[in-house]
Ligand binder design. Structure first.
Ligand SMILES: *Cc1c(COP(=O)(O)O)cnc(C)c1O
Length: 346
């Protein structure tokens, strides 16, 4: 007779986890994958893995989602906001270069809209310095920089499977670890601050509290949904590309600023964003399209200029492109079910 200690409520197919890990290891070239409750929690985990301490400096865009900053902030990091490129809306590497100091611990590139940064150039800029690269590839699944997948390039990469992203589990994410020297610490952070991973591996006979950590793991049920979603990724990508290219064709003779994908970048077409003349015009267009039943939207309110940013003194950063783009950007609907007729109507 075999009598387990516990009656386990859910023991969802254990092979799913292994298959999922294989998918990202084999297709994307990631070393070690942690499935997380969200990209926000993966970024929080990253801040714990690289052991951010009071006063460490993190360089990141202000034109991003709040949790690009939050995990680092909560560990006491000093946030150094850098401006964005006026055409691709990702970090302006000249500005980043000028903001690196002896205290810079990490740079957090955000691959906006699934369009990558020039990662080789970033590597050159930090060559010889002990600075981590943590890719916020929340919007970047299945997109590439040259021949490498986003999220698999920096020391750490993070993905989001939020319901607004290309592939979704409702809520969910990944932390991919591409720097092996961080592995032991990452295992402890992921296992709620214990060395349970070493225990599971049979290396020790009991596990205990070792360091900081949290409850970051994605539920097995969501892993099953993720597995199902990944089977559709090529289809989703192809359909989003169709929508993107049709907008480009329809708008090519307009005087709007259209999206740009640099040669080194292979997009996943997460967003189709245009720049209107000014703030007033942009808001008029949103309103007018809305009255025709078409939902369009602006994007990030710059972090440095937020209520909290003001309180913390971050509004002193001069980020003219960030402020300008945020005031004029408009995102058009983009998803596989959008028909060509619908696109033309928009
Ligand atoms: C969506 C998004 C996040 C947050 O992802 P969650 O999975 O919802 O936590 C973080 N950063 C960027 C750039 C995002 O687009």
């Amino acid at each position: 007779m075999r009598i387990p200690y516990n009656q386990v409520f859910s023991n969802v197919n254990v092979h799913i986890k292994a298959d999922l890990e294989d998918f990202f290891r084999m297709n994307y070239g990631m070393d070690k994958i942690y499935f997380t409750t969200s990209c926000s929690s993966a970024l929080q985990m990253a801040a714990e893995i690289i052991d951010i301490k009071e006063g460490d400096e993190i360089i990141l865009p202000s034109f991003s989602y709040v949790t690009t900053a939050m995990g680092f902030y909560k560990r006491g990091a000093k946030l150094i906001f850098a401006d964005i490129d006026p055409e691709t809306y990702v970090l302006d590497l000249e500005d980043v270069k000028g903001k690196i100091t002896d205290r810079t611990k990490a740079i957090v590139p955000v691959h906006y809209a699934g369009v990558s940064l020039d990662m080789d150039r970033l590597s050159d800029i930090i060559k010889g310095k002990k600075i981590y690269v943590i890719e916020d590839a929340a919007q970047g699944i299945h997109a590439k920089y040259k021949d490498r997948y986003l999220g698999a390039i920096g020391d750490i990469g993070t993905y989001s499977f939020h319901s607004t992203k290309n592939i979704s589990t409702g809520e969910g994410g990944i932390l991919s670890l591409n720097n092996k020297s961080l592995m032991d610490r990452a295992n402890v952070v992921f296992e709620k601050g214990t060395d349970r991973q070493a225990f599971i591996n049979g290396e020790i006979d009991h596990y205990s509290w070792k360091d900081i950590g949290g409850s970051y793991e994605m539920s097995d049920y969501l892993k099953m949904i993720l597995f199902e979603q990944l089977g559709k990724i090529e289809f989703i990508q192809k359909e989003r590309e169709r929508v993107y290219l049709r907008y480009m064709k329809n708008l090519q003779n307009s005087n709007l600023q259209l999206p740009k994908i640099p040669k080194y970048s292979k997009s996943n077409y997460h967003i189709f964003a245009i720049l209107l003349e000014d703030f007033k015009k942009r808001n008029e267009v949103i309103k007018s399209l809305k009255s025709d039943g078409i939902q369009t939207t602006f994007h990030y309110q710059p972090l440095h200029d937020s209520k909290f940013g003001e309180k913390m003194g971050y509004s002193k950063f001069a980020l003219p492109t960030t402020v300008d783009v945020a005031s004029r950007i408009l995102r058009l609907p983009i998803y596989p079910d959008l028909t060509n007729d619908m696109i033309d109507e928009i």
